[in-house]
Design a protein around this ligand. Structure first.
Ligand code: SAH
Ligand code: SF4
Length: 388
């Protein structure tokens, strides 16, 4: 594990802070540029500089006039976050960044590189946060154990992906310059999963605005099919999402096949019990014709018995879906352990025999606490140690 650049700068006082331009949606950006007496094509150039080129300052946007650049600079900042701690896994596949927001809140973002060995289709996936903390209190989750702090703005969500794309672009440039790869062989960010800190559907509007930005063809241009929103199972918002125009992937954190076990680990189950959740999921598949991914964290002797597997198979019977089994990443305060390989294999076998497609999620970044919310506390300890 490597530790770099703990950031000693204090956050500026709130009243002197300019808004981040990344918080504007496309219409607002166009409006702001027109207020400065500029034609519409200037706002398209600005959009491209921000999201396609990934400009970090207005000064480097040389397609814009000097005057427009300085007017923008007086009114806006660009990135609403700065990296406080950066970790890389020993195998080089996974980076985790702890970002500090303008008010001192801390969030985590993970970058996963797949296909470094050339054996799998190369992918670069970013796992992003949508809230600082989370109010939903799932018992196995490090973020849940830390409680809710605040919603992230659209710009704070998007900026996490922009940061990781810069990391990838720098790596790619080195590979190309060294002759190790050709430009079309090295992907930029191929996938974004909303599986970091927080519940994306409890920050619905900001999450959707960030998706519009990521998906925009003149900017980041990440196809909706490469974006996955993960939810704890907020029923009204799942129904709302089904009516959105994007062909997103939806992942539902199920983690137990009956109300008794699910309520034990996921307090939200008391508000939206399994029958209501599954009804919404079935309607979602019918409306969108898209499969749902069910996340199932395997907790030793809690939700991983053959009986649980049989109930899960019955619950998902006939539904267009895929189950991702995730051996739990034990948290510092949690009582849970990973099941043995034998127990996991039996669980999988029961699902497979029932015709339920499933995979065990490839573990990445264990040595850097890449699990949801796990870095925050521990990396701060490390930073304090490193500093002194
Ligand atoms: N709030 C959303 C998205 C963030 S959590 C949700 O709950 O779906 C992303 C995924 O990480 C969820 O499936 C969550 O259950 C899982 N997760 C949380 N804590 C974990 C842990 N300790 N080990 C493995 N997976 C975990
Ligand atoms: Fe929140 Fe998701 Fe963690 Fe549950 S698993 S506490 S919903 S972040």
């Amino acid at each position: 594990m490597t530790l770099t650049s703990p950031n000693p700068d204090p956050a500026p006082p709130e009243e002197t802070r300019l808004p981040s331009i990344l918080d504007l949606n496309e219409d607002d950006l166009t409006y702001q540029v027109s207020r400065l007496g500029q034609p519409a094509f200037r706002s398209r150039q600005l959009w491209r500089s921000l999201y396609h080129d990934g400009a970090r300052s207005f000064a480097e946007m040389t397609t814009l006039s000097k005057q427009l650049r300085s007017e923008l600079e007086e009114r806006f900042t660009i990135s609403p976050l700065e990296s406080a701690v950066e970790l890389r896994s020993a195998d080089g596949s996974t980076d985790k960044v702890l970002f500090k927001l303008h008010d001192g809140e801390l969030i985590e973002t993970v970058l996963m590189r797949y296909g470094l060995d050339g054996h799998r289709r190369a992918r670069r996936t970013v796992c992003i946060s949508t809230q600082a903390g989370c109010a939903l209190g799932c018992t196995f989750c490090a973020t849940g154990q830390q409680g809710f702090r605040r919603q992230l703005s659209p710009g704070e969500i998007v900026a996490q992906v922009l940061h990781m794309r810069r990391v990838i672009r720098a790596e790619n440039s080195e590979l190309i310059a060294g002759g190790a790869a050709k430009r079309d062989e090295v992907p930029e960010i191929t996938n974004v999963v909303f599986m970091g800190m927080g519940e994306p559907l409890a920050n619905y509007d900001n999450t959707m605005q960030s998706i519009a930005v990521m998906n925009h063809g003149q900017g980041m241009n990440i196809g909706a099919r490469h974006l996955t929103v993960s939810t704890v199972g907020l029923v009204p918002e799942i129904r709302k999402l089904a009516r959105e125009p994007y062909q997103l992937n939806l992942a539902v954190s199920l983690h137990a096949p009956d109300d008794e076990s699910r309520s034990r680990t996921m307090p939200i189950n008391k508000r939206y019990p399994i029958a209501r959740l599954m009804h919404a999921c079935r309607d979602y598949v019918e409306t969108t014709n898209r499969r749902i991914f069910f996340e199932y964290v395997l907790l030793d002797h809690e939700n991983d018995t053959p009986e649980h597997a049989r109930k899960l198979a019955a619950l998902l019977d006939g539904l267009l879906c895929h189950v991702n089994l995730i051996p739990v990443n034990p948290t510092e305060n949690g009582p849970y352990e990973r099941p043995s390989d034998r127990r996991s294999a039996v669980f999988r076998e029961i699902l497979r025999n029932a015709g339920i497609a499933n995979t065990v999620r490839q573990e990445k970044g264990i040595d850097i606490n890449a699990g949801c919310g796990q870095l925050r506390a521990r990396a701060l300890d490390d930073a304090v140690d490193a500093a002194g």
